[in-house]
Design a protein around this ligand. Structure first.
Ligand code: GLU
Length: 518
């Protein structure tokens, strides 16, 4: 078989969201798994909607995700240019060929006229198909209209037939061209339409597999007709499942079709996000879910993709009811994340698997952004910070969540009695005696520095238990509360050793005072 060549062909009319990114990933993975080429082509012939800003945003997102394209913008390649707006002469050449062969014709119907006819059909409950008014204009009629300067489009002369699409994911799908009619291939502004340009480019770029969202399946028969008109072989088609929100509705901005860069800014790693996206419609042969991209690059097969919709479960849609998540700030998005999403689970796994140095380097920007750690201390070689970060790592689903843990280690402790009065451990009459006994042990612990040894703390906890004749939860929860001000957190000996002696004593003193206060 000839070389596998896949392509991702975004229209730069908005930001890249998970729908597009997943298509890019599947094309990238399939090309890698088949030892082929992955091509990036920018479909920017929609002059009104395409923007440079969107072009850069799409490229930035793809770079963050790490899909190195073998050919495309910035890297070039043998079949360029790779932006459709730079390929207009090619589209012109081939449309002239179709007109000369009578496979396409100029159409002078005005937009108003077409709109009126469309409305009439709709009012009758009928699908709109072009009525063929300009199909059989004579050469003289065409010349006359052109001489009068009447604007025109170019339409494809659709033959009456059944188009059969053999799809690697959807199976065999049949289309009756009577429902398609003669479609526009060149718009009145002279720009090629999508269904036509995509064929010229896929053919000239030698694309072997077209992998894209199932939403494009209905466009495929039009594209097949164009291939047939030129006598070109069609590529293999693979239309992958739709992505839906957790309410089973089509993914929209309300569901979290947010810019891909938002996931980066929330503190998901590209490694985790790629792992998650790969599972949106694909599954590995042995059903494993956690999988580094290097493995996906060898295992991915588009033929294993499922037809059923894939669920994007990242946001809690009940909480975010009626919120346009695509417009939300990162801080707002954070509050709408669904804590138990598959993405969070995978992300936590990937964070745990990151080598220590890489983890510290990756999380540091989030530590800085939290504002809780003095600027001068935000360094990779800061031992205390490093230890804190590495101990907290297992709790993080996103790097951004570090913000919730840092105040504990870096901000002054100022407990309020109202926060504790409902806790049985705080109200217990043993609270003070346990806290004071523990305080005494800690005070004796290391006279020369602030460091506390986790083993010594463990021993102290047990000694306090013996001295006060307490054990189990009443012992450990009370001492946790008394020494940290909190009922949850890291394993206590580790937690206290990270806090350091001065902070632990400060907390114990403040909690004892709080208990005694009226
Ligand atoms: N530019 C089209 C889009 O963004 C590409 C569709 C295709 O892959 O053929 O939807």
């Amino acid at each position: 078989m000839s070389e596998v060549r896949t392509r991702f062909a975004p229209s730069p009319t908005g930001f890249l969201h998970v729908g597009g990114a997943r298509t890019a990933l599947f094309n990238y993975l399939y090309a890698r798994a088949q030892k082929g080429k992955f091509i990036l082509r920018i479909e920017d012939t929609d002059q009104v909607r395409s923007t440079e800003e969107s072009y850069h945003q799409v490229l930035d997102s793809l770079k963050w995700l790490g899909y190195e394209w073998d050919e495309g913008p910035e890297v070039g390649g043998p079949y360029g240019p790779y932006r459709q707006s730079e390929r207009l002469d090619l589209f012109k050449k081939y449309s002239e060929q179709l007109i000369a062969e009578k496979k396409a014709y100029p159409c002078f119907c005005s937009a108003d006229e077409l709109e009126r006819k469309k409305k009439q059909r709709e009012a009758m409950g009928l699908p709109y198909v072009y009525d063929g008014k300009c199909r059989n204009l004579t050469a003289e009629e065409v010349a006359e209209k052109k001489a009068q300067g009447v604007e025109h489009t170019v339409r494809f002369r659709t033959p009456a037939k059944e188009v059969v699409v053999e799809d690697m994911v959807q199976g065999t799908v049949r289309f009756d061209t009577a429902l398609i009619g003669d479609f526009i291939i060149v718009k009145s502004d002279g720009f090629a339409s999508y269904n036509y340009a995509v064929v010229i480019d896929d053919y000239l770029m030698k694309i072997s597999h077209v992998i894209r969202g199932v939403g494009h399946l209905s466009n495929t028969p039009r594209q097949v007709l164009v291939y047939e008109a030129f006598g070109w072989q069609v590529p293999a088609w693979a239309h992958v499942s739709e992505i839906v929100g957790s309410d089973h509705k089509k993914l929209s901005k309300r569901h979290g079709a947010t810019p891909i860069t938002a996931f980066r800014d929330l503190g998901y790693t590209a490694r985790a996000f790629n792992n998650y996206m790969a599972l949106l419609g694909w599954s590995s042969p042995d059903g494993r879910e956690y999988m580094p991209i290097a493995e996906q690059k060898t295992l991915f097969d588009v033929a294993r993709c499922s037809k059923s919709p894939a669920m994007f479960d990242v946001f809690d849609l009940q909480k975010a009811a009626d919120v346009d998540l695509a417009q939300a700030t990162i801080a707002e998005l954070e509050t709408y994340l669904f804590a138990k999403s598959k993405l969070n689970w995978l992300s936590n796994q990937h964070i745990r698997a990151t080598p220590d140095d890489d983890f510290v380097r990756e999380i540091l920007p989030f530590v800085k952004a939290s504002g809780f750690v003095p600027e001068a201390e935000c360094r990779e070689d800061n031992e205390r910070l490093r230890e804190i970060l590495l101990s907290l790592r297992v709790y993080l689903d996103t790097l951004g969540q570090i913000r919730n843990y840092l105040p504990d280690f870096y901000q002054p402790f100022a407990p309020q009695k109202s926060d504790y009065v409902s806790s049985e451990y705080f109200t217990s009459e043993k609270f003070t005696s346990l806290a004071v006994a523990f305080q005494r042990h800690i005070e004796q612990m290391n006279a020369t520095s602030d460091t506390l040894n986790p083993d010594a703390i463990k021993e102290a906890l047990n000694l306090v238990g013996k001295e006060t004749d307490t054990k189990g939860k009443p012992l450990f929860m009370t001492l946790r509360l008394a020494s940290t001000g909190r009922l949850e957190g890291l394993e206590l000996p580790v937690y206290l050793s990270l806090l350091g002696k001065a902070r632990v004593l400060d907390r114990l003193a403040k909690m004892v005072a709080l208990k005694g206060a009226p």
